[in-house]
Design a protein around this ligand. Structure first.
Ligand SMILES: [Zn+2]
Length: 279
């Protein structure tokens, strides 16, 4: 199938009966497309609808790696003029990150540890810093740690250098099978762990730790309830996701980029932005 679920664009046409005032407006869209009439959809949980499509991911719904994309108008969110196309394409991962931060229930001055300095981990760190948390990241590769350090967080650590600090929340944004359990080991009793990363194999946590430490664990799937908040944070300048983008390429380079090629002059950020208007 055609992938692509982090995107923005300009509405060029509406379907029969569609609202013509959308034409010409810039927008992003929810990835999750619930059926609209089951119990979950009707209670505001369309992102976990059993029959949902996910744009560019699930149910064969074609994604955004194309010149044009058809989406239901009900999934659209208008983009303010001061959110440019690079930030616009980062609203979807930003909504995920914002929800993870909200799940951690941070107060200003709280100390947060983010496991995994990839795109989601870095966005989590940026959103958490914007609410006044002291943000630290734990990573593995020299390159990802060096890049995270350029963003000015309170601490960037490897497993060998992580100091024994009190962590008011731990957010796992890694693909490790071991880190979810380590998150629970590290977090302060009575506080929260948030799981937004997914391992390729089953990960385990010891629920005795969860009980005996009185910890609340939160799982996050999708940006849906966080999209409007992410747009607002970007528009207000509270969070700027654009430094994460290393380069912009056209559709012709997608295959090479997905297989690991980096264009000449690319920065060290984890994201490559694709602009279908480029040759
Ligand atoms: Zn539904």
């Amino acid at each position: 199938m055609r992938i692509g679920h982090e995107w923005c664009g300009t509405v060029t046409a509406v379907g029969e009966g569609g609202d013509p005032t959308w034409i010409g407006r810039r927008a992003i869209g929810d990835t999750m497309l619930g059926c609209g009439h089951c119990r979950r959809c009707l209670s505001g949980r369309q992102h976990v609808c059993e029959k949902r499509f996910e744009i560019g991911i699930r149910g064969g719904f074609a994604g955004a790696l194309a010149e044009q994309l058809a989406v239901p108008a009900t999934a659209l969110h208008a983009l303010p003029d001061n959110v440019d196309i690079v930030a616009g394409a980062m609203v979807e991962p930003g909504g995920n990150a914002l929800r993870a931060v909200l799940g951690a229930n941070l107060n200003p001055g709280d100390r947060l540890l983010v496991l995994g300095p990839g795109t989601i981990g870095l966005l989590v760190a940026l959103f958490a810093r914007s609410v006044g948390a002291e943000v630290h990241l734990l990573g593995q590769t020299t390159r990802s740690l060096a890049f995270a350090a350029t963003l000015g967080f309170a601490g960037v650590w490897s497993a060998d250098t992580l100091p024994a600090l009190t962590w008011d929340a731990v957010i796992d944004a890694s693909n490790s099978a071991e880190l979810p359990g380590i998150a629970l080991d590290l977090v302060e009793p009575g506080k929260r762990v948030v799981y937004i990363g997914i391992s390729g194999v089953p990960s385990t946590i010891d629920t005795r730790n969860l009980v005996l430490k009185d910890v609340t664990a939160v799982g996050i799937l999708s940006a849906s309830p966080g999209l409007a908040g992410a747009i607002a944070e970007y528009a207000a300048g509270a969070v700027d996701p654009r430094p994460l983008v290393a380069a912009t390429v056209g559709l012709q380079q997608v295959g090479a980029v997905l297989s690991g090629w980096r264009p000449a002059g690319a920065g060290d950020g984890p994201k490559i932005h694709i602009d279908p208007r480029m040759p």
